[in-house]
Write a protein that binds this ligand. Sequence first.
Ligand SMILES: [Zn+2]
Length: 230
Amino acid sequence: MASGISPVYIGVDIGGTKTALLACSADGRPIHRWRFPTPLSLSAGLEQLRNGIASVAGRAPIAGIGVSIGGPIDRKRGTVSPLHQPEWRDVPLRDILEEHFRCPCRIEVDTDAAALGEWYIGGVRESPLAYVTLSTGVGGSLLIEGMLYRGAEGAHPELGHQVVPNEFGDPEPVRCACGALNCLESLICGPALERRYGRPPAELPDSAWEIVGRILGHGLRNVATLYAPR
Ligand SMILES: [Zn+2]
């Protein structure tokens, strides 16, 4: 361990499209950032992760690593199986990083990590707080006075996999990666929109966003009905 250099904390966000890394000081001040496209291959992904963490830490000792990743995760075993990365199934990511870097590692579902960030660092102190992400996937979480709502055995609620009316008017329902038909995520996540329109979501016409907005509205109405967030 390097001496005389303040330890850093590492934040890792493994997304379906890109992976972002951050080294920060004990008081949360960002020091180094790095990002790279998330490889499809598990072995390449883990290698880039190890190299990237070492790179952003530089010569500083690592005090701890926090990882946010798409669900599902198994908190007891520290394993991850992000739905959008088919090669990543039951990967013991916590143990892999703890053994490699000799420091504690915590893993959280990405939307839960983002909601906690909004509460503790973003200063959003409304409760209950419903947080929804629209990205490679669609997810959400619920904070009650800054504490994550957990389901049975620590399960994470999957807001993106509620079934909603398909406002695209498809003759056949859309089958989601989870197996259900017309999940919110299967209709309006980034890759689904790109497949449907043949171009990146950023280039969609307003008429497409009107439909996406109506579908998202169905999902948010359900969230509001069930959780009554502030
Ligand atoms: Zn689904």
